[in-house]
Design a binder for this molecule. Sequence first.
Ligand code: MIC
Ligand code: SF4
Length: 646
Amino acid sequence: MGENLTRRIIREHLVSGNMAPGEEISLKIDQTLTQDATGTMAYLEFESMGVERVRTELSVSYIDHSCLQVGFKNADDHRFLQTVAAKYGILCSRPGNGICHQVHMERFGVPGKTLLGSDSHTPHNGALGMLAMGAGGLDIALAMGGQPFRVKMPKVVNVRLTGKLKPYVASKDIILELLRRFTVKGGVGKVFEYSGPGVETLTVPQRATICNMGAELGLTTSVFPSDEQTRHFLKAQGREECYKELKTGGDYAYDEVVEIDLSQLEPLVAQPHMPDRVVPVAQLEDLKVDQVWIGSCTNGNYHDIVQAAKILKGKHVSPNVSFSMSIASRQIMHMLSEEGWLNDIIDAGCRILELTCGPCGGAGQSPCSGAVSVRTNNRNFEGRSGTKDAKVYLVSPETAAMTALKGTLATAKEASELLADYQEPERYHIDDSMILAPAADGSCVEVIKGPNIKGLPEFHALPDTVQGEVLIKLEDNISTDHIIPALPEIVTFRSNIPAISEYVFSGIDSDFVKRCKEKQGGFVLAGKNYGQGSSREHAALAPKYLGIKAVIAVSFARIHSQNLANFGIMPLEFKEASDYERIDQGDQLEISGLDQALDMHRVILKNLSKKESYELVHHLSDYQIRSIKAGSVLRLAAERASNEKE
Ligand code: MIC
Ligand code: SF4
């Protein structure tokens, strides 16, 4: 049996390592993407590396997350991003051009290439048969500097699709079904590779919804084959020359196989406050709804909005529902406007928002107190909408549109006939004028930084003994939204670590920062899957700034544990998960002999308060151990750069 597609792409890009699941490999990265919220820090890190021009085939900086521009900070960030891109050879997609993952898929994604993005939903481009992975900004900075990306070799799971979706069932329901089956931790250390006759029935944008939300399963990434659907999409984008056939499925070897019969699926909904709390919509059909939001990178594509518009045409939103929409790109907006769909949507009483992430991370459209908000994005963590006691339900655009009309949660079954005849466009509207090319000679470009853009903090080497208090004890599935919320007033400090560190755990424990300062740092204790969700490295950088030495958890999500190691915080796991129960907030802990203990992968944690010890393990590579000992991977990168110069 031959190698599956994931392994073939990995093999073609392998720089070092053994392709055995769980072992660290390093990969050549062909393309990178950043967005503004993570990009400012990524480019400050890139600048600190002293590289004159990016060394990738293509790097794109998207400005799509924080575009409200209340006050000067967002606008200053945008100017910084535009000038830094011009200087170092990076394309810059201006605010208003659309959401990074969608625009990248439309204009740049290429089957068989590797893409690394400072956003956890970068796997979106797996829809084109790319190996597209999310990571922290520092990993993107290193990749732009030409260094390979280090990641654990994943297991590859074949998700075999058969049958065909009913017209009122969406590709969102496929990924919700997978979340129902496998939960938010079920994909850690794995890639889902799709195959089977059902795949042929899904268009590239439908596939993208599935790949995008694979992030919620904790997957390293998701990959679809590159087939006739891919050729059609690339041709419609005027990029047929990028097409290359890449097969998946039965002829290849996989670590596991999962089957879904698409014809059996019904519309599903993820209930508050976790994307895996999935039940059939039919089970909640009388739920009264206060807000509906259609859009985001997950479900803001042409197919999604046209299907929603068909349901809305000639009807009007329920008087009790606040209804808004964020279309994912300017290309799509142009076509919807030209073809009249936009009028149908506006006439139905929908408020059209900017072509940005907007409400997804709480930037506007926060629901009213205690509201039920029905949304088509990918995350419904508590408080993420900006209203702490709102309940966010995640659904497909078809379900959302029907719900907006009815005022109660509803499937689009009665609109089946309208939905059945969808055709992908033969030609998308192509206009790249909002994507700025870099200067041919970067040396004459001045990088402009506003007063809110501060330098990187200093990183000190790890001492051999660390001591301190358990400053917070947390449950399972703590997301990076819990660690550093994405709310607009906080995102404006993404390039100002002293300021953003004031918000660590602000949504769940308003005294945490005060305690950290009084005790001069200490430990964080957590349950399973700590750090799931966003790739924001600030969830490691800010705790580091506050003096957190280690996070001791039952288990970690991939990107966050990588970010912790990058910034010199130890991600340590209990050898016996039950030891988590034995430690309380306020206990005094000590780890000594760290230099050797980390190398031996066996760390003894002393609980000075309870006079007992526990065995800890870690899954760090040798490189990550060096990074932790040095205080940050940046120090290793600087050493490497100076060796290269000598
Ligand atoms: C998200 O969806 O949570 C974000 C906002 O896009 C993040 C990136 C960020 O925090 O800036 C992500 O997915 O990585
Ligand atoms: Fe933007 Fe939301 Fe997509 Fe993140 S998940 S990239 S915030 S639209």
